[in-house]
Design a protein around this ligand. Structure first.
Ligand code: AMP
Length: 431
């Protein structure tokens, strides 16, 4: 029968790659916790309106990329295409802004879904890790989020990450800018792609996200937000830059950086890294400040700032740069029953070593030769073999063999955990 394959744009994660994802995510979580963030898990499914109102009707995500469908009760649901809007829905619904000190600091990790054209570093289901710091308008809140993201990337071993920053200004700045863009594109829009034509009507700012090569020269000549900033937004952006400089966080100003989601205002940023192989997977992370998102979702007018990393892209660059060397799943011991009679005792010993000793242990269920069991132990990267035959069973003992030095000793079962503690400590100090 024909095999069924995974859905286009999705990918399976297994073997050592699973360990790589888990380690990367664990590192991200532990550093977010150092910065006083707490985990949050919004559902994958939300009402469509969360994203239409949150991410914005003029964004590519809402216009083209969402997996939206009516459920059996005819409710219009969407598989989350990003986390921020869903988290804001969670914060508003559960009134977390009223019951916590602000800023409320939340981190998340999990899959998101976007109907995009699959290519290098671009999937339809991918994983994001990110944070939101909600309810404080200090520019220092933007700075802290950038510092946290940069710290995570450095801790993963990435050197030379480029941080691009820009400001989209406050509402006044963006209104003035929108008017200027409308004026500029008025004479060009007839020659631009169909998407740009509808962006022109919905939100001319989104024209700047257009990736059609023929449209680029027109877009490159468009006015830039920097020339339309209010005094307050200019001052805020300068404060952000001063603080980044003081904290020795390297950054570049990219005046063309506008981000594709409608909720951003003031500071926006992206993290870029080209791996040593030269592969460029696109931005490895991005984020920014948002002023009105909570209000759009029916909450109070509280600003926030957040970033999101693409875990697939980060794992790819770490893999390319050999920064994921130790992702093998090692075993402390592989238990080998000599004959079927020894299987139950072997299971008992394996459970004992795991539950009482905290050791990572597997055992052989098959009736097979000792030589085969050694091959399996080595394929599973076991440090020790625990061999149990008739003689050992009669003496309440087991044979413990160090699989790298080949030394072996007989150990009484009631001394086994102590012996393992001793042997493994010795192994670790030798590594
Ligand atoms: P965004 O929510 O669009 O700001 O994206 C945040 C991060 O998610 C990006 O910087 C990428 O690292 C990652 N990302 C976005 N889209 C995709 C995709 N289709 N496949 C894989 N990673 C993605």
């Amino acid at each position: 029968m024909e095999i069924i394959k995974n859905v286009k744009g999705t990918h399976d994660i297994f073997g050592e790659e699973t360990n790589a994802y888990e380690r990367v995510e664990a590192m991200m979580k532990s550093i977010a916790e150092l910065y006083a963030y707490n985990g949050v898990r919004p559902p994958v499914l939300e009402y469509n309106s969360v994203f239409v109102r949150g991410v914005g009707e003029s964004s590519d995500i809402v216009r083209k990329e969402m997996y939206t469908f009516p459920d059996k009760g005819d409710r219009l649901l969407t598989l989350r295409p990003e986390f921020t809007a869903g988290i804001m829905r969670l914060v508003v619904q559960n009134k977390l802004y009223a019951t916590n000190e602000l800023p409320l600091k939340l981190y998340y990790v999990g899959p998101v879904f976007r109907y995009e054209r699959p290519q290098l570093g671009r999937y339809r289901q991918f994983n994001q890790f990110g944070v939101e710091s909600i309810g404080h308008n200090s520019p220092m809140n933007d700075v802290e989020v950038i510092v946290l993201a940069y710290t995570i990337l450095c801790s993963l071993g990435l050197e030379g990450v480029t941080i691009k920053i820009n400001t989209l200004g406050d509402e006044e700045s963006r209104n003035n800018y929108r008017t200027a863009l409308k004026e500029y594109f008025k004479n060009h829009i007839d020659n631009m792609c169909v998407d740009c034509k509808s962006r022109y009507e919905l939100n001319p700012l989104r024209i700047l996200d257009c990736k059609v090569p023929e449209d680029r020269p027109i877009i490159d000549g468009a006015p830039q937000i920097g020339d339309y900033l209010s005094d307050a937004s200019k001052a805020r952006f300068e404060q952000v830059q001063d603080a980044l400089a003081t904290l020795q966080i390297p950054y570049e100003i990219d005046k063309g950086l506008v981000r594709g989601l409608d909720y951003y205002s003031e500071t926006v940023f992206e993290f870029h890294y080209v791996s040593k192989t030269g592969a460029n997977y696109g931005a490895i992370g991005a984020g920014g400040h948002y002023g009105k998102l909570m209000q759009e979702l029916g909450g109070p007018e509280l600003p926030g700032v957040g970033f999101s990393f693409g875990i697939e892209r980060i794992v790819s660059v770490l893999k390319d740069d050999n920064l994921l060397e130790d992702t093998k799943n090692e075993l402390d011991a592989y238990v080998m029953p000599l004959g079927e009679e020894a299987l139950l005792v072997s299971e008992e010993i394996a459970v004992y070593l795991r539950n009482s000793g905290g050791y990572k242990v597997d055992l052989c269920f098959d009736k097979t030769k000792l030589g085969n069991m050694f091959k399996r132990a080595s394929a599973k990267h076991a440090k020790f073999a625990v061999i149990i035959g008739e003689e050992e069973m009669n003496n309440d003992s087991v044979i413990v063999k160090n699989l790298s030095s080949q030394e072996q000793i007989t150990v009484k079962v009631d001394e086994l955990i102590d012996k393992f503690d001793e042997l493994l400590t010795k192994e670790e100090t030798q590594e």
